[in-house]
Ligand binder design. Structure first.
Ligand code: ADP
Ligand code: MG
Length: 336
């Protein structure tokens, strides 16, 4: 090979190697949802195995209905302090912080009320007033005392991390993949999407946001790199009562009833999966106006809201990232 040919060949080598990076996929069912993990890089296979193990371990640790889980131990301690693993303590602390920031719209001690509605058992029903009142009396995240890694709950109180566990699991999986040197990956944890870097070709990941009115079809897409895109809505997990009323699985702690406001879905975009997951649930509870004000007073996330009457709102930081289908319009939420 002549010298200048060799130089040209060497120049293209990194590019060729970049395209030829091996990629791997793992599919699993965990945390009550179907998950798909995709990564590119030399260590993709081993890295995904480790990430999968971490997610499954977190599931065992947190599963509220599993007698061997730490959540079960917390919920059956009858007022006695419980020593927690670092993961559960961190998750609990995050939940408490976001609970306080959202004025209790996120309340992990809502579990007795979720049980009264049967959302924990797949035997949903509208609870009678007395059952609901008894369950509501047990709810107040401010009465959970966390001291270092030890938690104490008032007798009868029960917690569940369903609103933010998948986001936390996503963060842990991202951390592991990075430790293995992965710089391009897409993790889909049942509608919670977390991206590392960009696509192997260097372009941003395009994340479809579901249409709450027709969940199998996309409403719009968001181009992101290194971000979590996490959606909550009452359109996937719900039941229809005998009188035809639809009740969703996200409850307003202030009323003990499924959220029934103008929102159909809330999508949060940010860097922390656990925060995006907790906020997607909490801002769904808060409703359009309070969610917009919450965003105005924060600086670490963007959001996209879809209302029941099919209007799409997005915060100004998403202007570049958002692609709408032809003919679709959207309202921008600004800082002032
Ligand atoms: P998904 O699990 O479908 O991704 P979310 O992240 O919004 O949805 O979490 C909803 C789950 O959180 C519910 O199934 C329930 O276990 C729990 N939950 C419902 N309402 C609240 C609330 N206001 N605060 C805390 N947890 C809640
Ligand atoms: Mg959530």
């Amino acid at each position: 090979m002549k010298k200048h040919h060799l130089a040209a060949f060497l120049c293209t080598l990194p590019l060729l190697c970049g395209c030829a990076q091996p990629s791997a996929v793992r599919e699993l069912f965990a945390m009550d949802t179907y998950m798909q993990l995709t990564a590119s890089g030399n260590a993709a296979e081993t890295a995904l195995d480790a990430a999968q193990q971490r997610i499954l371990a977190l599931e065992s640790l947190l599963a509220v209905t599993d007698e061997k889980s730490e959540t079960w131990a917390i919920n059956h301690a009858d007022g006695v302090p419980v020593e927690l693993s670092a993961d559960t303590a961190r998750l609990l602390q995050t939940a408490q912080e976001i609970g306080a920031q959202t004025d209790g719209a996120l309340d992990i001690s809502l579990y007795p009320v979720l049980s009264a509605w049967g959302f924990t058992m797949d035997t949903q029903n509208v609870p009678d007033a007395q059952t609901l009142a008894q369950a509501r009396a047990l709810v107040d995240y401010r009465r959970i005392v966390l001291h270092e890694n030890t938690v104490t709950l008032p007798e009868g109180m029960q917690v569940d991390f369903g609103a933010l566990a998948k986001g936390y699991a996503g963060d842990c999986a991202v951390e592991i993949l990075r430790e293995y040197g992965i710089s391009s990956a897409l993790l889909n944890l049942g509608g919670n999407v977390q991206a590392i870097g960009s696509k192997p070709d260097g372009s941003p990941w395009n994340i479809a946001v579901q249409n709450p009115a027709a969940p199998s079809s996309p409403l719009c897409s968001l181009a992101v790199t290194d971000a979590a895109v996490i959606t909550s809505g009452n359109y996937e997990r719900y039941f229809i009562a005998e009188d035809g009323t639809k009740y969703g699985h996200i409850l307003d702690p202030a009323t003990g009833a499924p959220v029934d406001n103008e929102l159909a879905s809330v999508t949060i975009v940010g860097t922390s999966g656990v925060r995006c997951d907790a906020l997607s649930t909490a801002l769904f509870v808060l409703g359009l106006e309070d969610a917009a004000n919450f965003w105005r007073n924060s600086g670490d996330f963007e959001m996209l809201l879809v209302t029941q009457d099919d209007t799409l709102y997005y915060t100004q930081g998403l202007s570049e990232a958002l692609t709408l289908p032809d003919g679709r319009t959207a309202e921008v939420i600004t800082r002032d």
